[in-house]
Design a binder for this molecule. Structure first.
Ligand SMILES: Cc1cc2nc3c(=O)[nH]c(=O)nc-3n(C[C@H](O)[C@H](O)[C@H](O)COP(=O)(O)O)c2cc1C
Length: 319
C-alpha cells in the first residue's frame, strides 16, 4: 500500500504529520514519534513578540504578555534545538513562526533555514479588536508578511490560517501568489471561559475532538481545486476515518496534536492501519487515486452548491 504524499514539495512517506506543539522540545520524544510512523514533525512557534517588537514597550501588566524568560524556547535556544533535531531525525521537520506584522522575526527565517529546517510554517493568528482596522487592511498585512518571508528564504513556507476571514478563497489564492507553498487549515481559537465563583476570566486549553474537523473538510473541498500548492488539515483529526475524509476533500497531510497528547505516539500506527484497511476495502493502492475525490472541482457553481446544501439541511428538520 502506497501512503506516500507530497507536502510543500517534500516527499512524505505518509500523510501523518505532527502539528506545531511542544513535542519537538525534546529530541528523544521527536525520535519516538518518528519511530512510531510520523512522516514529518512541526516545532512549537516562535512569536514575533519574542523578537523585541514594539509590544514589549507596552506596559506588561496591561498587555498580560509572558515575561521573556517564560517562553519555553527563546530564538537562540530554538536554533540549537533545530540543529539537534537535524542530527537525530531522518524525516523532514518544520520550524514555526507566529507573526503577521513587519519586524525582525522575518529575517530570523534565514537562520532557521541555515540551521536545517526543511520548511517553515507561518501562523497568522491574531484577534483584531481595534474598530478602526478594516478586514482588507488585516489581510494586506498578512499577504505582505508572507511575501517578505517567502522572499527571504529558499525553503517552502506553509501558512496556518484562521477560518474567520470574509473571503477565504480569495485570501488563499493571494497567499499562494505571494509565495506560500501550502496552507494549513485552520488555527483553533483558544477561547477562555469564565469562572463564576471568582468572577474572572479563566484561560484554558481544551484538546480538540473530531467535530472540529467538519469546518476544515468544507474548506478543503472548496480550496483544493483552486490552489496549486499543498493543503494540510489541523484541528480534529483523531481517527483513521477523519484522515480518509480529509484526503477525500483534498488534504495532502493531516496534522496531529490532541490525539497524540491523549493517546501517545502509538496512535499513529492505529491511524495508519485504519487508512490502509479503508484503502484496501475500496481497491485503492495509493493516496493519489482518491485524494480530492470529494472536492468541488466538478461543481460548476460552488457557492450555489453550498447554499443549496444549507437550505436542504434546514428544510429536512421537522417538528
Ligand atoms: C499544547 C499545545 C501547544 C501548541 N503550540 C502551538 C504552537 O506553538 N504553534 C502553533 O501554530 N500551534 C500550536 N498548537 C496548535 C496545534 O498545532 C493544532 O493546530 C491544534 O491543536 C489543533 O490540532 P489538534 O486537533 O490535532 O489538536 C498547540 C496546541 C497544543 C494543544
Amino acid at each position: 500500500m502506497n501512503l506516500a504524499t507530497p507536502y510543500l514539495g517534500l516527499p512524505l512517506h505518509s500523510p501523518f504529520v505532527v502539528g506545531a506543539s511542544p513535542f519537538c522540545d525534546d529530541v528523544y520524544v521527536a525520535r519516538k514519534l518518528q519511530d512510531a510512523g510520523a512522516a514529518a514533525v512541526t516545532m512549537r512557534s516562535l512569536f514575533e513578540e519574542q523578537f523585541g517588537l514594539t509590544i514589549w514597550h507596552a506596559p506588561k501588566s496591561a498587555a498580560g504578555y509572558p515575561e521573556f524568560a517564560d517562553y519555553q524556547l527563546g530564538p537562540e535556544r530554538y536554533l540549537v534545538q533545530l540543529a539537534d533535531l537535524k542530527k537525530t531525525l531522518s524525516i523532514p521537520f518544520i520550524a514555526s513562526l507566529n507573526g503577521s506584522h513587519p519586524g525582525s522575526w522575518i529575517s530570523f527565517a534565514q537562520r532557521l533555514e541555515n540551521a536545517g529546517a526543511d520548511a517553515i510554517e507561518l501562523n497568522l493568528y491574531q484577534v483584531i479588536t481595534d474598530p478602526t482596522v478594516a478586514a482588507d487592511q488585516v489581510e494586506k498585512e498578512m499577504i505582505a508578511a508572507v511575501d517578505a518571508l517567502t522572499g527571504s528564504v529558499h525553503i517552502p513556507i506553509a501558512v496556518k490560517l484562521s477560518p474567520f476571514h470574509p473571503s477565504i478563497a480569495q485570501l488563499a489564492v493571494a497567499l499562494e501568489l505571494a509565495g506560500a507553498s501550502g496552507l494549513v487549515l485552520f488555527n483553533r481559537f483558544y477561547q477562555p471561559d469564565i469562572d463564576l465563583e471568582e468572577i474572572k476570566v479563566q484561560p484554558q486549553l481544551q484538546l480538540s475532538n473530531s467535530d472540529e474537523l467538519l469546518l476544515r473538510l468544507r474548506w478543503l473541498a472548496i480550496l483544493s481545486p483552486l490552489l496549486r500548492g499543498s493543503l494540510a488539515v489541523t484541528g480534529g483529526v483523531h481517527t483513521a476515518a477523519d484522515t480518509v475524509k480529509a484526503l477525500l476533500t483534498g488534504a495532502h497531510a493531516v496534522q496531529l496534536v490532541s490525539v497524540l497528547l491523549k493517546h501517545g505516539p502509538g496512535v499513529i500506527s492505529t491511524l495508519r492501519h485504519g487508512l490502509e484497511k479503508w484503502m484496501d476495502g475500496h481497491n485503492f493502492s495509493a493516496i493519489e487515486q482518491f485524494r480530492g475525490r470529494l472536492n468541488l472541482a466538478r461543481c460548476p457553481d460552488a457557492a450555489a452548491f453550498e447554499r443549496a446544501n444549507y437550505i436542504r439541511v434546514l428544510q429536512s428538520r421537522k417538528v
